[in-house]
Design a protein around this ligand. Sequence first.
Ligand code: ADA
Length: 568
Amino acid sequence: MLRLFTTNQIRKVTEIEGDWDFSPVQPEEPIPQAYSYRLPVPGCWEMHPAFRTYRGKGVYRRFIEIAEPASLRFNFKGISHTAVILFDGVEVGSHYNAYTPFHTRVIHDVIPGRHELIVLVDNSFHEESKLHFANDYFTYGGMIRPVGMEIISPIYIERIQFTPYWRDSIWGGEVVVHVANSSGAVASVSVAINLAGALMELQECSVVAGATVAVRGRIACPDAKPWSHESPHLYLLDAKLYVDGAADPSDDLIERVGFRTVTTNSGRIQINGEDIVLKGFNRHEDHPMVGAAFPYSLMVQDMELMIEAGSNAVRTSHYPNDERFLDLCDERGILVWEENHARGFQLDHMLSPGCQEQCLACNEEMVLSHYNHPSIIIWGILNECASDTPEGRELYKEQLTQIRHLDNSRLLTYATHHREKDLCLDLVDIVSYNLYPGWYTNEDPSTLCDQARGWADQGGGLGKPMIMSEFGGDGYYGLRDATRVRGTEERQADIIESNLAAYAQKSYINGMFIWQFSDCRVVEDTGWLLSRAGTQNSKGIVDRYRRPKMAFEVVKKYFRGSHSSISV
Ligand code: ADA
């Protein structure tokens, strides 16, 4: 399943799921002589007994049958972490970063018969890989997210960008349809839009060979109902492409959108003009049975548990998520802070060759591919990186400027642990702190929170909404002890209770994200002084198998509102 709704009626899209041939390869051996394994796609190779801890290169192969002459394009939702794609031995695409999708180029004039698709994958850590390295989560290997094959016309809709607005007491939207021309000749194109019962023709324009054109329009939708946490109304936006005055459309793309606005005012966050307090979890896409390759059923399980705990929000720490999970957030009305892929970069790492470029590429892919999800209300960048240095500030600034340029309709933030030393708070809409009172320090959460407000006010965040973006502590599932010592479920529950009790009383707090939803696997050799016991980060309020710990009930008590003034 690529998405939770049908994205095309004209363009033929099929998922290439199931077993692929697989072989690990030596660094200097690009294509294997033989394939001894078969691995499921989507899937992580760590789930196979032979590759539980394999870090290196591997090659996937699949044969494709084509019935009629066609142009093809492949859509890879996520390969961890570097990919090179070969079609009949010819390179047709490449990509770095596990957590953002990409397409191959259009492959023209594919003749009927059997064709070979090869994907070279690398999950090794090395100097050029700045986003993936030994970290406090796990970089799996393989084709971790779905793969689609499109039979596509040479002139096609590349993407749609929909920005909703509320004007003169009705909902409407700005629609931008990007049309690409991979043919050898200039073409004249027009687009018909159908959205929430409203129809619109986007003006005819020409697109030269090899180029892309943005066709724009504004559409009023008087019958549309707003999207919100309580009532997440969704609408299909159907775009049909007409080329050179043809009577019938030759391509289409269907997006699913919602009508809502996101603003800040008087130090608070508003959805559709109404103040909101975000109550949620930091979530890694990680599960012991599947690694990072979540099937839909496990996404739903996570979602239902988070809803049961009373949350209305999720932070996709620390990378863009599988789009099916975002689709699910759209459907269930869960508000999303989606984050680029960057955790814990020191300044020298940020300044090292390639790092900023890899972040910028990730930002662009994240924003452009996930632009239409009404659930996403915040873009986040660079978790706990060097926002306390002038050089780091320049890099934060460049990335935030880039995202504002790509999307001016959402709020921007980053999670900092630099306390009074942070230098970038003036650059964002929301101030977000990762502080761990009760776990990494013995500070009182209420006093610390007031202090943090003071740092924000002094440091460029005056008058801005504030979120406690991470707090919590380790709790080993099943370790219960009346002494309530560190690591017990009791102590973890105490820490989370004291944090939530404090933040619930602060009128300037607009959001709280518990670290973390579930325990997650971490890379064994992080080189840190204190490695994580059991190679897992154990701060989940459910364990890796989603069994609730004692803290789960505490969260429920606060997030569901019966024991606090947290209101939504
Ligand atoms: C940081 C970081 C998280 C996690 C957490 C912890 O705040 O953002 O990824 O590592 O600390 O558990 O210590």
